[in-house]
Design a binder for this molecule. Structure first.
Ligand SMILES: C[S@@+](CC[C@H](N)C(=O)[O-])C[C@H]1O[C@@H](n2cnc3c(N)ncnc32)[C@H](O)[C@@H]1O
Length: 280
């Protein structure tokens, strides 16, 4: 368990995942019905962009900082809303206008979108990250932070009493068998709660486990999105990642087809976005 999201917060993977997350939350909270949100791999909740971890990789500089520097004119709505959420969080830590001070993780973005009466559980297994997450939300009764295994939570907490849920599964992919664990968790989730909306992030380093994971989704309705930084990515750095959203809400695909190519266009020459729906 060496992974620390502080090294990667605000990178291209977060741009994909968090733009989609904000849009999913917006669409799912538009209905006047309660929502349950489960963040299975929540991380620390917020990340210091001036800190040693972020400065060591420079990933936020090549990611979120590029989008923040763009003019709002012509910006896709989903990107503008995501950046507004990032800025609203950052403003608590310093003046607006200059470089970002702090980047919101998935629990912060989710918490900001939820309404009174919605329910939110965030799981983080690493003791130090879980402690940071608990501190991040100290005194906030709208979120329950658990230092626990997020895969186990999928079995334990679904189906939710609300009968409507967004489940974000964002593992670190440190373990060689992470795709297998993910596949099992998604299978359990769908068996218990077939109508839930599941957003699952994955890296593409090797095609075989990705293909095996997708073959386990045969017959399931989903939207798959990929962001590819292109061949100029330095050796050893992640260049392609994806997010698959099972049971996406109405209008989500349209928003992502507009947002992701625009984001890719800001990530350097050769960067591309792919969006594909299944069953086609
Ligand atoms: C990619 S990071 C999460 C980032 C976060 N979702 C965000 O978007 O801001 C993955 C996190 O999962 C944690 N983790 C690893 N295995 C876990 C497990 N089985 N259950 C819960 N958390 C786990 C890691 O410690 C790490 O903090």
């Amino acid at each position: 368990m060496n992974y620390r999201h502080g090294y990667h917060a605000g990178n291209f993977a977060d741009l994909l995942k968090h733009t989609a997350l904000c849009e999913l939350l917006r669409l799912l909270t538009a209905k006047d019905k309660k929502l349950f949100v489960l963040d299975t791999h929540a991380g620390a909740g917020g990340y210091d962009l001036g800190g040693a971890q972020a400065r060591r990789t420079g990933e936020a500089e090549a990611g979120i900082a590029r989008l923040m520097a763009e003019s709002k004119t012509g910006m896709p709505g989903a990107v503008a809303r995501y950046l507004a959420a990032v800025q609203a969080y950052d403003r608590k830590f310093g003046p607006a206008g200059g470089p970002l001070h702090r980047y919101p993780g998935s629990p912060r973005l989710a918490r900001a979108a939820l309404r009174p009466g919605d329910r939110f559980i965030a799981c983080e297994r690493h003791p130090e990250e879980a402690l940071k997450l608990k501190r991040e939300f100290a005194g906030d009764r709208a979120i329950e932070v658990r230092q626990s295994d997020g895969y186990h939570a999928v079995k334990e907490l679904l189906p939710p009493v609300e009968r409507r849920a967004l489940v974000l599964i964002d593992p670190p992919f440190e373990a060689n068998d992470e795709f297998e664990a993910l596949t099992r968790a998604v299978r359990h989730g769908l068996r218990r709660f077939a109508t839930g909306c599941y957003a699952i992030w994955y890296p593409i380093k090797d095609e075989a486990p990705v293909a095996a994971f997708f073959s386990s989704l045969a017959g399931v309705k989903y939207l798959n999105m990929e962001l590819d930084l292109g061949p100029r990515t330095p050796e050893g750095k992640l260049a392609i990642c994806g997010l698959v959203v099972i049971n996406p809400p109405w209008k989500f695909e349209e928003a992502m087809r507009e947002a992701l190519p625009w984001i890719a266009g800001r990530l350097g020459p050769g960067a591309k976005a792919r969006v594909a729906a299944a069953p086609a």
